[in-house]
Each structure stands twice: as structure tokens, then as C-alpha cells.
Ligand binder design. Structure first.
Ligand SMILES: Cc1cc2nc3c(=O)[nH]c(=O)nc-3n(C[C@H](O)[C@H](O)[C@H](O)COP(=O)(O)OP(=O)(O)OC[C@H]3O[C@@H](n4cnc5c(N)ncnc54)[C@H](O)[C@@H]3O)c2cc1C
Length: 362
């Protein structure tokens, strides 16, 4: 089933589930060559890596939360969670059944963030008030989210006591040990306490007590806490669907080198949800989108499958920001901490570049 284009020709219906980096950067170029429907659980695109800056400086989020309608003028947007798939339809939590010719799954991570952009802006205001009014702050989790939040607070509020409790044996376990060591050294130099190999029972924590007990029996005094343990993959909705056998043991969708879901010719997956063996990064998700955009356009024109573009995973550059000026970066040539990675990422967190790539004013 296809929609009707302005010139009267019939267009294929491409349904994109997920309006994060991968979904947004696919829907944008396809909207004028296909009948595009984007299903996202929220009405806006969010740059996930800017969340921690927005928590200390809520006005920052004005440019990082972008309504889907601001960059998609020719696509249908459905603000609802996808809850299932049949052979040719996506089912939503609000009871819609959307028929597709081609389906692209881009539900990287499941967010519990509000549907409404205004409500999300309010959340950042509340987080910032919580930080401002606390003298001591506990951060549970020492992955990129916990480390970046600790960095933001330590730089903007050097007088506040920040403690990270991390259950792993080193911070930033998705990077090499050198990056972990350098980040730990930087944080301790800013008087952040880092407790490794310990956890805090999330079911029993309450801010009212002002004290938290770790699994090792250490008591941490803190006025408030933030849980930064990483978001679950956005694939639970596929577990009872026709694609259930295409999920690997980690819940990622298995794809071929053209991003087709295993065994499917008209269903693709891109971004963090895929099992492509590489570090999961937004700029890499954009590369996936570019490949699938080309492949869909080829298939829609009746091109041969043998002509599909193939993707090759490459080693990634990753930077974890440490406040506004510094960062720790893992580059192909080595691991660097300080102002060099800071200059690349930490100042504006790729906001201008991302907005520009979405065709918005910088
Ligand atoms: C702290 C931190 C720092 C980072 N720093 C960088 C960096 O410096 N550079 C970089 O390139 N990358 C960075 N990343 C990684 C980057 O954010 C991800 O790789 C990128 O967001 C992946 O994009 P995605 O579209 O695959 O998934 P996501 O961005 O997770 O988007 C998924 C979308 O799907 C929606 N969704 C989920 N489930 C459903 C459903 N059932 N129905 C409908 N919609 C659904 C979600 O609401 C969301 O809009 C960072 C990540 C974090 C957490």
C-alpha cells in the first residue's frame, strides 16, 4: 500500500519506529521521496548526550529538544509507543495499526521521558533546582551518564560534595581501562568521591533520610540522588512479535550488512538497537541512516538487491565530556584527557552541528 505523491504517482509507505538520532536522520531525507510515517513515544527529538548539561543549565535544553514537526514537514508523525508488529503493520499503544511497505526499527533505547516537550523542559528546571538546593549529591552509576553528570556538577558547583557509587570495578566500562583511569583521576582531582565495586539498593532509597547505605555497608550522606544506570534497550515491544527470533541474547536486532533484519527483505533496523559490533554512538547511527536511506530509495525504484549499499563497522571515536571545557576521548590513535576532547565535544555538545544536519538554523 502506498500514498499518493504530489505528481500523482504512488509512493511506498515507509514506517520508521523511533524518532531518536537514527530515526530522525532517516525520516528527514526520505520524507520527500516516500510516504513516511514516524512513530515515536514522544513529540520531540532529543539529543541524549546533552541531558546532563541541561540538568545543570536548563536553558540549554531549548535548543536540544526539537519537535519532530520542526524538521519533518512532509511526514506523518504519530506520538505513541509501538507495541507490536504483524507481517505488514505496526500496532501502537493508542490502538492505531499502521500499514507499511517498508519498516525501519530505530527504537535504540526506551525512555521514560514525557511525551510533551514542555513537560520535558520542566523536568530539567526541576533537576536543576534539586542540584542547586543540595549541598551533597549521590550519583548511582559510573557509566557515561553518571560520569558526565558528575563532571557537570563538579565544574559548575565546585563547592558541592558529589559521590559516585558504581557497581563495576572501573568507571566507563564501555571504553578501555586507560580512559577509566584518566576519568577517575580527573574526578578525584575535583573532589568527587568514587566508590567502585559497590551498589545502592534502588528499591530502598529515599531522599528523606539524607543517608544512603551501599552494598559494602558504607554510609553516604547526601541531600539528593540521581540514578544514572543507563536506559534499557527499546526492544521489549518486539519480544512477542513476528521479529522475536531476530533478537539476540542482549535484545538487539540482528541485521545483515545492508541493515535488513535477519531473514526479512522489507524490514530494516538502525542505530543502537542493532547488533552491529561497534561502540554505539549517535554519529554512527547517522551513518546507518544514510546507508538505509540509499538502500530504501534503490528498492523503491525497483533496483536490484545486489546493488544495495553495504555497511562496514569501523573503530569509533568516543568522547565523554568532563564539564564544559574538558573531556576524555578514546581515539584510534590513543586515549586523551583534557582540553582537546573538550574542544571537540564539551563546549556545545554538538548541538549546532546536529541542528544544522537536521536543516535547522544553527
Ligand atoms: C551520556 C551519553 C553521552 C553520549 N555521548 C555521545 C557523543 O558524544 N557522541 C555521539 O555520537 N553519541 C553519544 N551518545 C550515544 C548516542 O546518544 C546514541 O548512540 C544515539 O542516541 C542512538 O540513537 P538511536 O536513534 O539509535 O536511539 P535513541 O537515541 O535511543 O532513540 C530511540 C528513539 O526511539 C523511541 N522509542 C523507543 N521505544 C519506542 C517504542 N516502543 N515506540 C516508539 N518509540 C520508541 C525513543 O523515544 C527515542 O526517541 C551518548 C549517549 C549517552 C547516554
Amino acid at each position: 500500500m502506498g500514498g499518493v505523491a504530489g505528481d500523482g504517482s504512488s509512493r511506498s509507505r515507509v514506517v520508521v519506529v523511533g524518532g531518536g538520532v537514527a530515526g530522525a536522520f532517516l525520516a528527514k531525507p526520505l520524507q520527500f521521496v516516500a510516504d513516511v510515517v514516524v512513530i515515536d513515544s514522544k513529540e520531540y527529538f532529543e539529543m541524549p548526550w546533552t541531558e546532563l548539561r541541561s540538568m545543570v543549565e536548563p536553558s540549554f535544553s531549548g535548543r536540544t529538544l526539537i519537535k519532530h514537526t520542526d524538521y519533518l514537514s512532509n511526514a506523518r508523525i504519530i506520538t505513541s509507543s509501538a507495541v507490536g508488529i504483524t507481517e505488514d503493520q505496526v500496532l501502537t499503544a493508542d490502538g492505531d495499526s499502521i500499514t507499511f511497505d517498508y519498516l525501519v526499527i530505530a527504537t535504540g533505547h526506551a525512555y521514560s521521558t514525557p511525551k510533551s516537550r514542555d513537560r520535558r523542559l520542566e523536568q530539567f528546571e526541576q533537576d536543576s533546582q534539586k542540584i542547586k538546593s543540595s549541598q551533597s549529591i549521590l550519583i548511582v552509576g559510573g557509566g557515561p551518564t553518571g560520569v558526565e553528570l558528575a563532571g557537570e556538577i563538579a565544574v559548575d558547583y565546585p563547592e558541592k560534595k558529589v559521590t559516585i557509587v558504581h557497581k563495576g570495578s572501573r568507571l566507563l566500562e564501555f571504553l578501555g581501562p586507560k580512559a577509566s583511569k584518566k576519568a577517575l583521576h580527573w574526578l578525584t582531582s575535583k573532589k568527587v568521591d568514587v566508590l567502585l565495586g559497590q551498589s545502592v539498593d534502588l528499591n530502598s532509597i529515599s531522599e528523606a533520610d539524607g543517608a544512603y547505605m551501599t552494598s559494602a555497608g558504607e554510609k553516604i550522606a547526601a541531600d539528593c540522588h540521581f540514578v544514572c544506570i543507563g536506559k534499557p534497550l527499546g526492544s521489549s515491544w518486539l519480544q512477542n512479535s513476528v521479529l522475536k527470533d531476530c533478537l539476540n541474547e542482549k535484545g538487539r536486532l540482528m541485521v545483515d550488512e545492508c541493515f535488513r533484519v535477519r531473514g526479512r527483505s522489507n524490514i530494516f533496523a538502525i542505530g543502537d538497537i542493532t547488533d552491529v559490533p561497534e561502540i554505539k554512538e549517535g554519529y554512527i547511527a547517522q551513518k546507518h541512516s544514510a546507508v538505509v536511506s540509499k538502500n530504501l530509495q534503490l528498492l523503491m525504484k525497483g533496483g536490484k538487491e545486489s546493488k544495495l549499499v553495504k555497511y562496514k563497522a569501523a573503530s569509533a571515536t568516543t568522547i565523554v565530556s568532563l564539564g564544559r571545557k574538558e573531556g576524555v576521548g578514546q581515539f584510534p590513535f590513543g586515549t586523551v584527557i583534557g582540553c582537546l576532547p573538550g574542544r571537540i565535544k564539551s563546549k556545545d555538545l554538538f548541538v549546532e552541528k546536529t541542528r544544522k544536519n537536521l536543516g535547522l538554523d544553527s
